[in-house]
Each structure stands twice: as structure tokens, then as C-alpha cells.
Design a protein around this ligand. Structure first.
Ligand code: ACO
Length: 311
């Protein structure tokens, strides 16, 4: 492909154009996309574990069927995202290897345990809610395959968020013990959900360049604020309290004020020291190894098909 000058690339982005797989692009742009898309894909796949923990113990057949479908959706999101990363010339097996050896990251949020059924509700409401706020702008990402994958992912995430809200609504209008269980889940998941948006803007090494390239459309702090603004009124409808006494409407700013996020906790979790990091990786690596025979069978089948068409 012809070399694209920095000026030509800047002009394309200024025109809100989309970059497609065969287009020339700066190497840094390609590397940043691989990093973010792979990390995003890994998050979807690791994200199956905390909720998968409750499939066998869901409180009714209806809840079980919904949860199974939701966890399968997350697997699907991971697969679209690995496919989107592959359009940038990387190999899925290499990306998985980098995840398994700790060279690529996945979202901090999936390193927290799911201690009660209400946690499934809190994950749907808060974690998928945060994911939507982060991902809707990615539907306008400058890289076409990533942007298009996000359209379907966001539609499915909206359904996930509603199902989490509905679980918590049912519990918070149930017995006092059920309401307490819902409140406890929200108490534990609120702050980690705010951490999903990443470090504050002045401590976010990738943001400025990613925004200049049209990969990220809003800063980490702007999206965190948007999430708080969306969630506070929903908590009122649920009759649950967000565990932050500093939350209050700020007329002047037109936003809710909120307390300070403990970013030391985020950095510790990213470094591998969250409550479940070791379990999540051990489970993932074991699942990958247990699946080796499937990959071998698929390869053998593909080779046989090639031999047939050639023969
Ligand atoms: N968990 C783990 N790592 C994080 C988190 C987090 N919550 N937030 C930031 N980081 C990492 C970044 O990946 C980066 O590390 P790297 O340079 O080695 O990749 C470092 O901390 C510094 O952060 P930023 O400079 O702010 O990084 P970036 O510009 O990539 O922004 C963000 C981070 C907002 C997560 C961005 O990558 C993004 O929007 N990703 C797509 C969405 C996504 O991955 N969602 C996954 C969870 S939602 C779900 O799956 C249901």
C-alpha cells in the first residue's frame, strides 16, 4: 500500500472519515488499536467468569435461561472483537498467548468476586451500564471494523443492563433480607465500576493521542461523569443507596458531584493484586488447555477439506 503521510491521515480524520483494514495507516495508530481491541476482547471473555459462577445457582429456570444467554453474548462479543483485531494483521492465538502470559490486560472489574445472586444484578446494572457509556462513543471510532462491531455489542449490552436493573428491582421490592442483599451488592460494585473508565485524565498516558486519532471520542473523566449522571436517578427508582455521601446535584455544573475514586486500588488490581486476578487467569488458562483438542480437530478437518478440493 502507498505510504500515507501524517498530513493525509490527519485530513482523513478531520473529515470524520473511516479507516478500513487495507488502508495505509500510521504504525502507532495500528498498534494502539490492537492494544485496545485485544484488551477489550480479553475483558469480554474473562467477564464470563464472575457471572458464570451463578448459572448453576440462579434462583429460577427463567433467571438461569436469561443468565446463560447473557454469558453467551459476552463470548460472542469477545469473538467479534478478536476478529476486528485480526483485520489489523495480528493473530488471535498470539493475542491469547499475550493474555495468558500477562503481557496484555483485561478490565479491572472482572477481578472482583460474585458473592451473592444480587451481584449478578449489580454487574448487569452497573458494569454493563458503564460498558455502554464507554462503548456507545466507540461506535464512531475512526477504525471501521471496531466501530461496526460496537453497534451490535451496544445493543446487546443495553439488554444486559436492563436485566441487571430488573434483578435488583425485584430484590429491592422483596423481603428485607433480599433488599439488604441488593444493597450489599451495590455497595461492593459501585466504586470498582467507576474505576472501569480508567485513570483520571491527567494520569492517562494514552488518552490524548487516542482522542487525536479518533479512537476515543471522550476522555476517561468525561465518561465517568456521564455514568454517574445516568446512574444516580436510576438508583432512586431502585430504592437503593449509592455508597458515596458526596453525591449531590450541582446546579452550576449541571452534573452530579461525587467523591474521590481510590485510584491506588485500580492500579493494584491492574498490576494483578485484585481479589480474584489469580483465579481468573488460572481458570482461563485451564479452559484454553482443555480446549486444545477442539482446535486440533478443527485444524484436521480444515486440512481434510483442502485435501479433498485439491484431490
Ligand atoms: N482495567 C484494566 N486496565 C486499565 C483500566 C481498567 N479499568 N483502565 C485503564 N487501564 C490501563 C490501560 O489499558 C493502559 O494500559 P496499557 O497502556 O498497557 O494498555 C493504562 O491503564 C493507562 O490507561 P489509559 O491511558 O487511560 O488507557 P486507554 O486510553 O486505553 O483507556 C480504557 C482505557 C478507557 C479502558 C480504553 O482502553 C477503552 O475504552 N477500552 C475499550 C473498552 C473496554 O475495554 N472495555 C472493557 C470492559 S467493559 C466489558 O467488557 C463489559
Amino acid at each position: 500500500a502507498p505510504e500515507l503521510t501524517d498530513e493525509a491521515f490527519a485530513a482523513l480524520l478531520a473529515d470524520d472519515g473511516r479507516v478500513e483494514p487495507r488502508d495505509p495507516m500510521p504504525e502507532g495508530y495500528r498498534r494502539t488499536l490492537v492494544r485496545q481491541i485485544a484488551q477489550h476482547a480479553h475483558s469480554e471473555i474473562i467477564g464470563m467468569q464472575p457471572e458464570g459462577n451463578w448459572i448453576s445457582r440462579a434462583p429460577s429456570l427463567r433467571r438461569k435461561a436469561i443468565l446463560m444467554a447473557k454469558v453467551q453474548d459476552e463470548a460472542g462479543h469477545g469473538l467479534y472483537l478478536y476478529a476486528a483485531a485480526e483485520t489489523l494483521g495480528v493473530d488471535r492465538a498470539d493475542l491469547l498467548d499475550q493474555l495468558h502470559t500477562g503481557r496484555q490486560k483485561y478490565s479491572s472489574i472482572f477481578n472482583y468476586p460474585t458473592l451473592s445472586w444480587a451481584d449478578v444484578g449489580a454487574i448487569g446494572w452497573l458494569v454493563d451500564g458503564a460498558a455502554i457509556v464507554n462503548q456507545v462513543p466507540l461506535c464512531r471510532c475512526s477504525y471501521g471494523p471496531y466501530a461496526r462491531a460496537m453497534v451490535r455489542v451496544c445493543k446487546e449490552e443495553s439488554f444486559h443492563q436492563r436485566q441487571g436493573f430488573e434483578i435488583l428491582h425485584t430484590l429491592s421490592h422483596g423481603t428485607p433480607a433480599q433488599k439488604a442483599m441488593a444493597q450489599d451488592a451495590v455497595d461492593r460494585y459501585w466504586w470498582p465500576s467507576l474505576m472501569m473508565f480508567g485513570p483520571p485524565d491527567d494520569d492517562s498516558p494514552n488518552s490524548a493521542q487516542s482522542m487525536a486519532w479518533g479512537i476515543k471520542r471522550f476522555s476517561n473523566d468525561d465518561l465517568r461523569q456521564r455514568f454517574v449522571d445516568m446512574t444516580v436517578p436510576q438508583a432512586e427508582v431502585l430504592g437503593l443507596t449509592l455508597p458515596d455521601p458526596e453525591i449531590r446535584w450541582n446546579e452550576e455544573r449541571g452534573h452530579y458531584d461525587f467523591g474521590t475514586v481510590d485510584f491506588t486500588e485500580l492500579f493494584e488490581v491492574i498490576k494483578g493484586n485484585g481479589p480474584c486476578n489469580r483465579d481468573r487467569m488460572a481458570h482461563r488458562v485451564a479452559a484454553h488447555e482443555d480446549g486444545a483438542w477442539v482446535r486440533e480437530a478443527a485444524d484436521a478437518y480444515a486440512a481434510k477439506q483442502v485435501a479433498r478440493t485439491e484431490g
